[in-house]
Design a protein around this ligand. Structure first.
Ligand code: SAH
Length: 214
């Protein structure tokens, strides 16, 4: 197991300050960034860059999201202690760890088996205990565990999957980047069985949410 040193910890404080400088104010989000050893979520060849506010490649042609993006989505989500959160796109597990640090009960789905296996093992090793990690298709959500207080999609969705809307509690919030090449960060608040209120934020760039290949 690679190490977490004082130097890494110092760099994380700086990263949290950079993210705060870009407008993130939720202390729980900033504390999570200060605490989580992001370098361990990345390939050792990128380790020196782990505390830059940038996305980096991980296995299976995927990416670990930019810290600011993770922070932005986490803040808009308004996670509360004990909230059930469904994450689509486990990837490196970094966003999963942020949600765990914020006190959420996390359910996360990943469609790349290599990442699913690797991240499940790794999160356990560093002491994160999401409720459930699934290998499967995020478009379908997890009906057997629904409804959720919060849903977060961490890949660019060409449209908002109906199954995910139906798995959100009334009063719940879903944050999803919608679009093909670039995405508009979109918040959907469920007001009733049939009503959703939409708020759109700025542009972001994600790897695509892909259709089921299995
Ligand atoms: N939350 C991750 C972001 C990873 S990038 C992190 O912090 O590292 C987006 C991830 O979504 C990739 O791992 C990709 O394999 C996954 N993904 C893409 N389409 C998916 C789908 N239909 N269902 C589940 N996961 C999907």
């Amino acid at each position: 197991m690679r190490k977490d040193t004082l130097k890494h910890q110092g760099k994380r404080q700086q990263l949290a300050a950079v993210v705060a400088g870009k407008g993130i104010t939720d202390e729980k989000v900033l504390d999570a960034i200060k605490k989580i050893p992001r370098h361990l979520f990345m390939d050792s060849s990128f380790e020196d860059h782990a505390y830059q506010d940038k996305a980096f490649p991980i296995a299976a042609d995927q990416t670990i999201s930019q810290p600011y993006t993770v922070a932005f989505q986490s803040e808009v989500l308004q996670v509360f202690k004990g909230a059930t959160v469904l994450e689509i796109g486990t990837g490196s597990g970094y966003q999963t760890a942020v949600l765990c640090e914020m006190g959420a009960k996390v359910y996360s789905i990943e469609r790349q088996q290599e990442l699913f296996k690797k991240t499940r093992l790794f999160l356990g090793k560093i002491g994160y205990r999401p409720k459930y990690l699934a290998f499967g298709d995020g478009y379908k959500g997890l009906p057997e565990y629904a409804p959720f207080d919060r849903i977060i999609v961490t890949a660019g969705a060409p449209f908002v999957p109906k199954a995910l809307l139906s798995q959100l509690k009334v009063g719940g919030r879903m944050v999803i980047p919608v679009g093909k090449n670039e995405q508009i960060m979109t918040l959907l608040e469920r007001r009733s069985e049939t009503e959703f209120e939409k708020t759109e934020f700025g542009q972001f760039r994600f790897v695509p949410l892909l259709e089921d290949k299995n």
